[in-house]
Design a protein around this ligand. Structure first.
Ligand code: AMP
Ligand code: GLY
Length: 422
């Protein structure tokens, strides 16, 4: 089969890596891809918000299935557009994508279905928002309603900070929406929980813990994710039952009842407090960097899974996972998550040996004259698997030191919650 993966991050490289292992793969295309995908797939440069241009490529390359990695084309309706043209595509439609595309939509769904989540208010004007903030006190969380490339959420420790962020969002700082969602601060431990969904079934698709803050000890500003590990010991069978019963199932039923059955990967960002799950957010895609560790542990043919899902035949497929512990450490460009260095050469990258336990997934990289350069904030995902998480982390750290890149930085403490407990 011919598959096309849309996106250019570590998530998409990890998906390509896994698809490439399938005996059924004939041609693998990544649009636009990065230096890592270029080694295992055919990269085709295109603006992924230009749907007509994407369709032309898909037709020309005889693509059988399209997998959409990032949220933006999903929220903009790429699934609806391609489905209308009879292209087989994996991902939720535009309506269902509101689960991530509008925090107000997601919170409203929680309210209607008694899904545990932080208490909140949605506001269009400053006075009402300000009254809510003053009534609830701090800490309080201020969120842009629409997509904001990971920059729309601030956990505010003072009323002034909360009011300032609220005003900026209401004044249109984020183009996707002028509404603001203000919510109670939840304490606890975060967990990323994934399912794969078709019209008839919903199957577990792994779980991981991510480190969102830029600095060691979980300090500094939020990022897209500095590293992740899987499986997380936090996820017990009892907790998983609660997540499904209280959060996932009512959500899928609600979407179905609205006439938009959810299809694709669904990522529940959860806060776990005293063994109880609370929904912080939904994402309508795989997590990045969570996908990188999950693809290292996936023991079932990904192409077969996606093929069945797009035919609504997931049924009782047994998706198998390795018991190994996987970890990924994100190598970032200095300055990230603010202004960071770009177009800096990374040396020695392709000399580092890789095997089923050690992979470097690329994110913000490109090749020029056979040399690798950085282009994004999160640049490489140095990923390892082992019987123990400590060993996996040591292997990732060892591989990072082999990369010759003075303009990069990373966190040495990914997995600290679990590793310190031992
Ligand atoms: P979101 O984009 O909604 O996932 O928020 C980004 C990050 O902000 C989350 O991963 C949490 O670390 C933090 N966060 C968001 N909402 C809350 C909340 N209500 N309580 C505590 N932390 C939160
Ligand atoms: N790792 C966080 C995200 O993918 O949104």
């Amino acid at each position: 089969m011919n598959l096309a993966v849309i996106g250019s991050g570590g998530r998409e490289h990890a998906i390509c890596y896994k698809l490439k292992q399938s005996p059924k793969i004939k041609k693998l295309i990544c649009i636009p891809g990065n230096a890592g995908t270029e080694k295992i797939a055919e990269n085709i440069k295109e603006d992924i918000s230009d749907f007509d241009a994407l369709y032309k490529i898909i037709k020309k390359q005889n693509v059988d299935i399209v997998i959409i990695g990032p949220e933006l084309p999903l929220v903009k309706g790429l699934v609806d557009y391609l489905s209308e043209k009879k292209v087989r595509v994996f991902g939720p439609d535009k309506f269902a994508s509101q689960l991530e595309g509008s925090k107000a939509f997601m919170k409203n769904l929680c309210k209607k279905n008694n899904i545990p989540t932080a208490n909140y208010g949605v506001f269009n004007n400053f006075d009402d928002a300000s009254n809510f903030i003053k009534k609830h006190g701090v800490p309080i969380v201020v969120k842009a309603d629409g997509l904001a490339a990971g920059k729309g959420v601030s956990v505010c420790k003072s009323i002034e900070e909360a009011l300032k962020n609220t005003k900026e969002i209401l004044n249109g700082k984020f183009k996707s929406s002028n509404q603001v969602v203000i919510e109670e601060f939840l304490e606890g431990e975060e967990l990323s929980y994934f399912v794969i969904v078709d019209k008839n079934s919903c199957l577990f698709f792994g779980s991981a813990q991510d480190h969102k803050r830029v600095g060691e000890g979980d300090t500094g500003p939020n990022t897209g994710g500095m590293g992740a590990y899987s499986p997380p010991p936090l996820l017990t069978a009892q907790l998983e039952n609660k997540i499904n019963k209280k959060i996932i199932k009512p959500t899928l039923k609600f979407m179905k009842d609205l006439g938009h059955p959810y299809k694709g990967f669904l990522y529940a960002g959860l806060m776990i407090k005293n063994g109880e799950p609370y929904l912080i957010e939904y994402n309508i895609r795989m997590g990045d960097p969570e996908c990188q560790v999950l693809m290292m542990r996936l023991n079932t043919d990904l192409l077969e899974i996606i093929d069945l899902a797009t035919k609504d035949k997931l049924g009782n497929l047994k998706i198998k996972w390795s018991n190994k512990n996987s970890i990924t450490i994100v190598l970032c460009a200095k300055g990230y998550p603010s202004n960071y260095i770009k177009n800096s050469e990374i040396k020695n990258l392709f000399n580092i040996s890789s095997d089923e336990n050690n992979q470097i997934f690329h994110a913000g990289t490109y090749l020029k004259n056979n040399k690798t350069y950085s282009i994004g904030g999160r640049v490489l995902n140095v990923t390892s698997s082992s019987e123990s998480l400590v060993k996996a982390r040591n292997n990732s750290l060892k591989n990072i030191t082999k990369i010759n890149w003075a303009d990069g930085f990373f966190r040495k403490d990914i997995g600290w919650r679990v590793i310190n407990d031992k």
